[in-house]
Design a protein around this ligand. Structure first.
Ligand SMILES: [Zn+2]
Length: 199
């Protein structure tokens, strides 16, 4: 790195702090930025600095938002009676990309993990219970991961919502489309058999 001017080294160090970017990739990115047209670089810098100023958390579903309420919560076409509970904004984005869901979301901003000291107060469960207690939610789809933390969180949420007359569903897990049975792990196969449907 001593072969570069100090301003170049500073950028390489900053870029290499990003997830998945090692020093080699950071060097390549810095070199690309150096050689890119001024307008393109100015745009990149502008978008990075605007991100922290303009992105906030939706007051209703806790997703990333560009206003007090996010685009999905503001959309009158979305069914506010069906709430899909996800761990993170990235999970929300994944479901949105599938175009398979027309309801709204509730972003927990984490999963229960006693080993890491993350308890119910650290994630947005109380806000979900409050939302459901108002009586306008018909169904809560628990779409947390199928790992230990995701399952524990799903169980906790189900217990918290028991006092209310709301349908609680869990996303199905099973054999991936295009997947061969012999490569599927035993737990997934067991779940797939349990969740079998009439054909
Ligand atoms: Zn929202």
């Amino acid at each position: 790195m001593q072969h570069y001017p100090e301003s170049m080294n500073r950028l390489i160090r900053s870029l290499s702090r990003l997830p998945g970017i090692g020093t080699k990739s950071a060097e390549r990115l810095a070199m690309h930025i150096l050689q890119a047209p001024d307008a393109e670089v100015a745009m990149l810098a502008k978008h990075i600095s605007e991100l922290k100023d303009q992105v906030s958390i939706c007051s209703s579903c806790f997703a990333l938002s560009d206003g007090q309420r996010c685009r999905i919560c503001r959309d009158p076409e979305r069914d506010a009676g069906v709430v899909c509970v996800v761990e993170s904004p990235a999970d929300l984005a994944a479901i949105e990309k599938s175009s398979a869901f027309q309801g709204v979301y509730h972003v927990l901003q984490g999963l229960l993990s006693p080993m890491d000291g993350i308890g119910p107060a650290d994630i947005r469960v109380a806000e979900l219970v409050k939302k459901v207690s108002k009586g306008t939610v018909r169904e809560v789809i628990v779409a947390t991961a199928t790992n230990i933390e995701g399952e524990a969180t799903a169980t906790y949420i189900t217990n918290q919502l028991k006092p209310f007359t709301v349908k609680i569903t869990r996303i199905a897990s099973g054999v991936p489309m295009g997947g061969e049975l012999k490569y599927v792990d035993q737990v997934t196969l067991k779940k797939a058999l349990e969740a079998r449907y009439d054909f």
